[in-house]
Design a protein around this ligand. Structure first.
Ligand code: NAD
Length: 499
């Protein structure tokens, strides 16, 4: 199949309006939130800021649909058929979904089309395929009784997603929750709301009962908190910053002792030992690992920890990768580089770089923003040397294309530097010595270790999730489906027995 023309006019893209509740768009006279185009800063449109009563309306629709539609009680294979059809519709609408993703998010249209949309469809397809594969456990009890553990859906799951990969994040949350037989009320980021609304519309077109998947728009502290606190929301699945994750965990504890899955921030290392098989390949991994989506990825590999003897040639090779990078409107199919999502975020990056320089760090490549990009904030890929573990850019998630560089002299020191006091989302390890790679794998406290690569593959069976303050629980993999169900223990005596 040939690739369709992807260039488009962003002002001609129709934007879904309102909330999506009970299988239909729902408009209200609530306050409006302005949504901007990150690559030129222009106003794109508005979404409503849902009040607690709109959240309540969405949750009651979800609960009613869950109780009456049979979604949670039908066979998993029946649910799988709907999810599979949903994935097919996502594939069929790949161009319009990619455009919708591109207008408000930081995703270049070519990447949204080639990666985000198919990744979203694949995640939903994966959970459809998994739906009837996890049936519970038979317990080893005495022979004249039968004990087993069965699983069942929670009911209504509340989901809250970030702005950096809106389509994929929606599929990571909804795929397992819906495959397990739950209903969902999801709040996307107020900065990137539109593609999620369209996904919900396609779910109904695929045959999902109206009310099983609802999207409510609004700000975090109000709408998001109203979802977390709602008494009929039985579980929360969140992706976003560590700070918001803590607020959600606290709300979940106070308002119903609800289980939470939290996918949070990171400050991930790329550890390069002295001997690698292919230096250019390692340099590509290092470069892509921190500039992808303008560095605005939870898994961004933003701390280079490199052996002293290989540091100079590696940094030269990384800089060769970075030199041709250029900004452009996200709706041009040739653009590959992402802007920073907002002025506030751009200012935060600059201020963390300034603070790092004040503490002795040196910009050895890049620095500042590309010029002539209208009002978009395209940060130059930037390398910061002379840093220590107390440098702000090493300590804090900066969410921009900035790589700190630290060197080491032996394996022990390298592995120690790769660890982070706060975060443990993932780590890259580059070496031609498999023993060394596996020693590092065992000792780095992170939820994912990539060896001689950096970044996820399309293998949805591999779960993702962090250690330490990078989160609790997993998205993707069978772990995500299991976390969308609660487990019930059953013990049956064959004949009356003394308890
Ligand atoms: P954020 O925490 O500011 O917002 C995330 C979502 O939470 C938004 O929808 C927001 O409106 C909502 N929210 C804010 N306050 C809330 C509250 N009190 N109650 C309920 N909801 C609330 O994060 P962001 O800036 O949108 O996204 C970037 C962050 O997400 C980064 O830290 C990044 O590392 C993280 N992230 C993690 C993963 C992962 O898999 N670990 C994936 C993507 C992004």
């Amino acid at each position: 199949m040939s690739t369709p023309s992807l260039d488009f006019d962003p002002s001609a893209v129709p934007l879904p309006q309102g909330h999506f509740i009970g299988g239909t768009y729902h408009s209200t006279d609530e306050a409006q939130i302005a949504v901007y185009r990150p690559s030129d800063g222009r106003l794109l449109g508005y979404v409503p800021d849902a009040t607690a009563s709109t959240v309540d309306y969405a949750v009651s629709n979800a609960l009613h649909a869950w109780k009456t539609s049979g979604w949670g009680t039908r066979s998993p294979r029946e649910r799988a058929k709907v999810l599979t059809r949903w994935a097919e519709l996502i594939d069929q609408h790949a161009v319009s979904l990619a455009q919708l993703e591109t207008v408000s998010s930081t995703r270049p249209v070519a990447e949204a089309y080639a990666s985000d949309v198919p990744f979203t469809a694949e995640a939903i397809r994966f959970f459809a395929e998994l739906a009837d594969k996890l049936g519970g456990d038979l317990a080893a009890t005495r022979r004249d009784s039968l004990g087993f553990v069965t699983s069942e859906p929670y009911g209504v799951i509340g989901a809250v997603t970030p702005w950096n990969f809106p389509l994929s994040m929606c599929s990571w949350k909804c795929g397992p929750a819906l495959a397990a037989g739950n209903a969902v009320v999801l709040k996307p980021s107020e900065m990137t709301p539109f593609s999620t609304l369209r996904l919900a519309e396609l779910a109904v077109e695929a045959g999902m009962p109206p009310g099983i998947f609802n999207v409510v728009n609004g700000r975090g502290a109000t709408t998001g908190a109203a979802i977390t606190r709602h008494p009929d929301i039985s579980k929360i699945s969140f992706t976003g910053s560590t700070r918001t994750g803590a607020a959600i965990m606290s709300d979940a504890a106070l308002y119903g002792t609800k289980p939470v899955t939290l996918e949070l921030g990171g400050k991930s290392p790329q550890l390069v030992f002295e001997h690698v098989t292919n230096l250019e390949h390692t340099a590509r991994c290092v470069a892509r690992g921190f500039i992808s989506n303008g560095g605005q990825a939870c898994v961004a590999g933003t701390r280079l920890i490199v052996h002293k003897r290989i540091a100079d040639p590696l940094l030269e090779a990384v800089q060769r990768q970075l030199a041709p990078i250029a900004p452009g409107p996200l709706w041009h199919s040739t653009t590959r580089y992402s802007p920073i999502i907002s002025r506030t975020q751009a200012q935060r990056i600059e201020s963390l770089i300034d603070d790092s320089r004040a503490s002795g760090a040196e910009v050895i490549f890049g620095g500042g923003f590309f010029e002539n990009t209208e009002d978009g904030f395209f940060h130059r890929p930037t390398l910061l040397a002379n840093v220590t573990e107390t440098t702000p850019a090493v300590r804090e998630e900066l969410f921009g294309p900035v790589l700190t560089v630290q060197t080491f002299e032996d394996e022990e020191e390298g592995i120690a530097l790769a660890g982070h006091p706060t975060y443990g989302l993932c780590a890259g390890v580059h070496t031609s010595d498999i023993g060394q790679a596996l020693r590092a794998m065992r000792r780095i406290a992170a939820g994912t270790i990539w060896i001689n690569r950096y970044g996820r593959s399309g293998d949805m069976i591999i779960p993702t999730g962090g250690f330490k303050q990078s989160g609790i629980g997993k998205d993707l993999g069978r772990q995500a489906l299991e976390a969308s169900m609660r487990h019930k223990s059953v013990l049956i005596d064959f004949e009356p027995m003394e308890p």
